[in-house]
Ligand binder design. Structure first.
Ligand code: AMP
Ligand code: ZN
Length: 114
């Protein structure tokens, strides 16, 4: 087993507040929410970041975004809208090296985001 905290969450070795799960995807509440709704959507397999995505991940990444619509419905933000964010690398602000997509919602957001 590796030391990745998100792999441990998927394995149930670290507790999480699950929102959605299927064979390929796990979604759970962020431990430090930055919006009224803040959920992390991750693949169950370990991929470090967008930079490590390969052609073999095409279906998986498509599946994650299709799951996002379902997760938005579960969270009650499908109609009001939401934002999906991926942080990649140092300048992107990535702190956990298991690819993840933040889903923010429940309130309006400004743009640009920085
Ligand atoms: P990022 O900065 O894009 O890598 O996002 C990592 C996110 O993981 C942050 O928003 C953290 O609050 C969140 N996080 C870290 N550890 C946990 C945990 N054990 N359970 C839930 N969220 C976590
Ligand atoms: Zn991992």
């Amino acid at each position: 087993m590796n030391d990745c905290i998100f792999c441990k969450i998927v394995a149930g070795e670290i507790p999480s507040q699950k929102v959605y799960e299927d064979d390929y995807v796990y979604a759970f509440k962020d431990i430090q929410p930055q919006a009224k709704v803040h959920v992390l959507i991750i693949p169950k397999v370990h991929i470090s970041s967008v930079n490590e995505l390969e052609d073999s991940h095409k279906e998986l990444i498509g599946h994650i975004f299709i799951s996002a619509g379902k997760i938005a419905e579960i969270l009650g933000v499908k109609e009001s809208g939401y934002r999906i964010v991926n942080n990649c690398g140092k300048d992107g602000g990535q702190t956990v090296n298991h690819i993840h997509f933040h889903m923010f919602g429940g309130e309006p957001f400004g743009w640009p985001p920085f």
